[in-house]
Design a protein around this ligand. Sequence first.
Ligand SMILES: Cc1cc2nc3c(=O)[nH]c(=O)nc-3n(C[C@H](O)[C@H](O)[C@H](O)COP(=O)(O)O)c2cc1C
Length: 226
Amino acid sequence: MDRRVFIQGTAAGFITLLLSGCGLALQNMSAGSTAAQITDKTSKGGNKMKITVITGSPHKNGTSALLADKFIEGARQAGHEVFRFNAAFEDIHPCLGCDRCGMNGPCVHQDAIDKKLMPQLLAADLVVFVTPLYYWGMSAQLKTVVDRFYASNAKLCGSGKKAILMATAYDAKDWTMSSLTHHYQTLMKYLGWEDIGTVLAVGCGSRPVIERSEFPEQAYQLGLKI
Ligand SMILES: Cc1cc2nc3c(=O)[nH]c(=O)nc-3n(C[C@H](O)[C@H](O)[C@H](O)COP(=O)(O)O)c2cc1C
């Protein structure tokens, strides 16, 4: 599949975005914000959703895992169905760029992303990205999963899903999460998905620190209110 198809996908996603009015919601997301942002696009408990949570940390009981735990606790309490995919503990492989999938077909990697995650992801109403900040972006484990969207690009692009980003970082500068949130916003714009909230846990480099912070409660409340 050549580059033109990817550009066509971009155009289709952008038109969908404009038609669905998501552009306004995306503009509301501040790249440098340090607090949880819950937009008024949440379902407020009205609709039961299928949720896929993708985590990207190699620490089973780390800081970002705690945000995922708390979000899932809230979401399940609100009656939503949650599937969790811990990328660091699954058999996953990076995209080879071989284009055998043609951006709309089976991946040459018949691994956990293709077999376990993708059916859940395609059926999901809401996708939650959870990552530690690694060199100002998402972890390689999570990026590996995102790159593999390529084989299902035609189905994912313009599918109108909702999305949430939750991240943890050691630093607490006003620009600590800027690159990550900018990437996330760009991804939303391309896919035509709707951002409905973020939890950006800056200054949380270890488990004892995040446990004393307000961020786990923010993640729980976000799960409860969607
Ligand atoms: C490879 C690596 C890169 C990191 N890069 C950053 C960074 O760019 N900025 C930052 O504030 N913290 C950085 N950190 C710290 C982690 O984001 C932080 O400790 C986080 O809480 C770890 O999350 P986890 O417990 O879920 O794995 C980095 C840590 C590692 C191991």
